[in-house]
Design a protein around this ligand. Structure first.
Ligand SMILES: Cc1cc2nc3c(=O)[nH]c(=O)nc-3n(C[C@H](O)[C@H](O)[C@H](O)COP(=O)(O)OP(=O)(O)OC[C@H]3O[C@@H](n4cnc5c(N)ncnc54)[C@H](O)[C@@H]3O)c2cc1C
Length: 503
């Protein structure tokens, strides 16, 4: 049996675990990275955002990782690493469909919403083909001296006292024991550390209740082209609506579409499980086709589509939401995606993960030996709880509006108010902020009040146009202190061109 000693072992070599390992190695810790699989492997969670790019850029500069820096923008990515799978993301697009009906564009874009996230292709956000991106991150970690163990199955994780962990593994068929004083859990939904330590779930805190069916496809048709053929005024769009995190809003569900340069499209249906509980007697293909059949304009995009070779099948999840009740201890911490997850609506996951990585590495850099470390780690955990609470509040408010697109627009603007406020505060010099400014009580309270106003309406009967206009005005006045980019401006006809903070 081989035995090796480290300061930190990071479990899980997705982009977040690999980046954490790289940075900690850079600041002088001896780091091992362990993954049960081997790269390249399929992973979901692919759409970056302005917040993700800001944090990513700052981490790459602060910790002297120049080889990562080009990935912070579409243009530099394409120049430096054209072989790493990527898609152009100019912003967020939302389209409201009605069951059984062909999508009917309106002259006022009443069932469309486009929010630009960048002004040019070269500065824009990106869709990350995670098989490629995660492989790149992991191999960069290895080049920086991180002891990478892929294809490494954890047999037993023992915590014998503070700062005393041993991890028995089977690595490429041979027994291996890793000893370390600190463990970081970046295993996402596997939650290896909380399960080992017997941490209780607190998923009942989540209001959102959704499940997903997703895969990668080839041959998916263009929504921009469909919209044009249906008489849509795409010339009013602030960007090409396919170059986006595209959200198709259905009754009780939404569908994401993310397009990559190599012809692949990531598509996934997220279903409100309170309305449509998973029925295991209906197989996943049947359920997917049943959903498409209800929405002819969505189905038309899939008319020629086939499943991509990887993963080569539709993946159906149980409830997406998960939360652990303790997110860090004196000698361990969970990265955000291990700590919990709400829903992919508005694509917050990568940004949330990077915000957590930024705060955690700062603690383990500056306070590694300090007696303030335990307190700082506790605060790290509390901040992730606040982030998850806020994401849940914002997402649940949107789910409640499915079926009333103009109310969804109002609910969606709360997310963009929080996101653009984060971008603004960061660009004014703030760093290590909580995702969506979730650690700022006044911002949380204001968003909470606005969410409650929307929920009270959605709990009642469906709203008249006059009532929706009243709510829009009310919510606009509530968020005025954090609305620096003209959100909820009725004169813009749901086409937001100028939400961008220059990077
Ligand atoms: C359906 C869905 C859609 C999403 N869409 C988006 C989106 O559009 N945009 C966005 O920003 N975010 C999205 N997310 C969130 C996104 O997936 C996460 O933010 C991101 O994957 C977190 O990366 P990570 O590296 O922390 O974890 P992961 O990507 O989950 O990686 C975990 C790693 O741990 C490894 N592992 C698992 N178990 C073990 C074990 N026992 N031992 C060792 N290693 C192990 C796995 O092999 C994997 O490599 C989505 C999430 C879901 C569930």
């Amino acid at each position: 049996m081989s035995k090796r000693e480290f300061d930190v072992v990071v479990l899980g070599s997705g982009f977040a675990g690999s980046l954490t390992a790289m940075i900690l190695q850079r600041v002088g810790r001896r780091v091992a990275l362990v993954d049960k699989t081997r790269h390249p492997r399929f992973a979901i969670g692919e759409s970056s955002t302005p917040i993700a790019n800001l944090v990513f850029r700052d981490l790459a500069k602060r910790y002297d990782l120049p080889r990562l820096l080009p990935l912070a923008k579409y243009g530099s990515w394409q120049e430096a690493y054209p072989h790493i799978g990527c898609g152009l993301k100019r912003g967020f697009s939302y389209f409201g469909h009605k069951s059984g009906q062909v999508f009917t564009p309106s002259l006022t874009h009443a069932n469309e919403l486009l929010v630009a996230a960048s002004s040019h292709d070269r500065d824009s956000d990106t869709q990350w083909l995670r098989a490629d991106v995660d492989q790149f991150f992991c191999s960069e970690a290895a080049s920086l001296g991180v002891a990478v163990h892929e294809d490494c199955a954890i047999r037993e994780l023992r915590h014998s006292g503070i700062g005393d962990w041993s991890i028995d593994c089977r690595h490429e068929g041979r027994p291996l024991t890793l000893r370390t004083s600190f463990v970081i859990d970046a295993t996402g939904e596997a939650g290896v550390v909380p399960r080992t330590l017997g941490v209780a779930s607190c998923v009942e805190r989540c209001r959102t209740h959704s499940r997903a069916i997703f895969s990668h496809f080839r041959g998916v048709g263009s929504w921009h082209d469909s919209l044009n053929s249906l008489g849509g005024k795409t010339q009013d769009h602030p960007f090409h609506c396919d170059n986006a995190a595209q959200h198709h809003i259905l009754d009780g569900a939404w569908l994401w579409m993310l397009r990559f340069n190599n012809g692949l499209t990531s598509a996934g249906l997220v279903v409100d499980e309170t309305q449509y509980p998973l029925d295991p007697s209906v197989d996943v293909s049947t359920e997917w086709n049943q959903w498409l059949a209800r929405y002819p304009s969505v189905a038309a995009m899939f008319a020629e589509a086939e499943l991509a070779e990887t993963p080569g099948k539709l993946i159906r999840t149980p409830r997406l939401q998960r939360r652990w009740s303790k997110l860090a201890g004196e000698d361990w911490a969970l990265l955000p995606h291990a700590a919990g997850f709400v829903d992919p609506l508005h694509s917050g996951g990568i940004a949330h993960s990077l915000c957590g990585v930024e705060r955690l590495v700062q603690i383990l850099d500056r306070q590694w030996q300090a007696n303030t470390r335990a307190e700082a780690l506790h605060a790290y955990g509390v901040t992730i709880e606040r982030e998850l609470d806020l994401i849940d509040e914002l997402v649940a408010s949107c789910f409640a509006t499915f079926g009333q697109f103009d109310l969804l627009v109002v609910a969606t603007m709360l997310y963009f108010a929080a996101a653009t406020t984060y971008e603004r505060v960061r660009c004014e010099g703030g760093s290590s902020l909580a995702f969506l400014c979730a650690d700022r009580t006044e911002i949380r309270n204001l968003l909470q009040t606005a969410c409650t106003a929307i929920s009270q309406q959605t709990a009642a009967a469906s709203a008249s146009q006059d009532r929706i206009e009243q709510i829009r005005r009310h919510v606009a006045s509530l968020i005025a202190p954090i609305n620096h980019v003209g959100l909820l401006d009725a004169t813009l006809a749901n086409m937001y061109r100028h939400t961008v903070v220059p990077m």
